[in-house]
Design a protein around this ligand. Structure first.
Ligand code: MG
Length: 257
């Protein structure tokens, strides 16, 4: 009984203390005004976009191919890239191998246009096969997938042998396809494993194929992805060994992020 009385007394005392605090006249938070959640600096850098009809490079882009020459590219030995440039277009020369950019990149936005020959022949992977390698490690597939089926994680716009594209947005052979690729470079731990994996978003002809897709590791033809510690790397365009006619590229530019 005594215990109960004591508890009741404590409860009454606590309540009266709280009441006293509630009655105290504390300042109220200031009412929100629109300007309190707005800031004005730093203003983003002004970039003049290219002509929308031609997808020309924005003012701050590094132009990797503007139709004139391949001076921004080499072969794997560091020699001048041997693919042929004609009428503002560069065509893969399968006897000369891949080409890579002289410059290395971390994260970036890449614009690249490519065209499969109108009279392309072959099937599955042997039909207009090429590819864009991000940081020389991770291939975004290029292939003629217009009415041409193949394994889905090897389709156009796949992260090769990893992630199929969300849809098939191919234009027919002879028409130009446009890739806009946004790539976030990985960060590695001391032990060579990923702290943050690489990510890629791929848009083909205005249609989303990869939506901030996590890249698992290198894109191997045989075997599973490998994790290889690396820094900045070039863009590589693939000269694929399939017997079909070579594809062409034009209008390539990149914006490091
Ligand atoms: Mg390929």
């Amino acid at each position: 009984m005594k215990k109960l009385l004591l508890l009741a007394a404590v409860a009454i005392a606590t309540t009266s203390t709280l009441n006293a605090q509630e009655k105290k006249d504390y300042p109220k938070p200031e009412a929100m005004r629109p300007g309190m959640s707005e800031y004005w600096t730093p203003q983003p850098e002004i970039v003049t976009p290219g002509d929308a009809r031609t997808c020309a490079a924005p003012s701050d882009a590094i132009v990797l191919f503007d139709g004139k020459d391949l001076s921004a590219w080499t072969n794997d030995k560091g020699e001048a890239a041997g693919w042929k440039v004609k009428n503002g277009v560069v065509t893969v020369d399968k006897s000369k191998g891949d080409i890579i950019t002289r410059q290395k990149f971390g994260s970036f936005q890449l614009h690249i246009e490519w065209c499969v020959p109108k009279d392309i022949e072959g099937s599955s992977q042997a039909r207009g096969n090429s590819g864009v390698f991000l940081q020389d490690k991770y291939e975004v597939q290029i292939l003629d997938c217009f009415g041409n089926e193949t394994y889905v994680n090897g389709m156009t716009g796949s992260v090769y042998k990893q992630t199929p594209p969300l849809v098939n947005a191919m234009r027919r052979p002879g028409e130009w396809n446009v890739y806009d690729i946004i790539y976030t470079a990985p960060i590695f731990k001391e032990d060579g494993t990923y702290l943050y994996r690489p990510y890629v978003t791929v848009i083909q002809n205005g249609v989303l194929l990869q939506n901030h897709t996590e890249i698992q590791g290198t894109t191997e033809y045989i075997g599973f992805p490998r994790v290889e510690k690396h820094g900045d790397g070039p863009i590589r365009l693939q000269s694929h060994g399939d017997p079909s006619k070579p594809i062409s590229f034009r209008n390539i530019w990149i914006r490091p992020l």
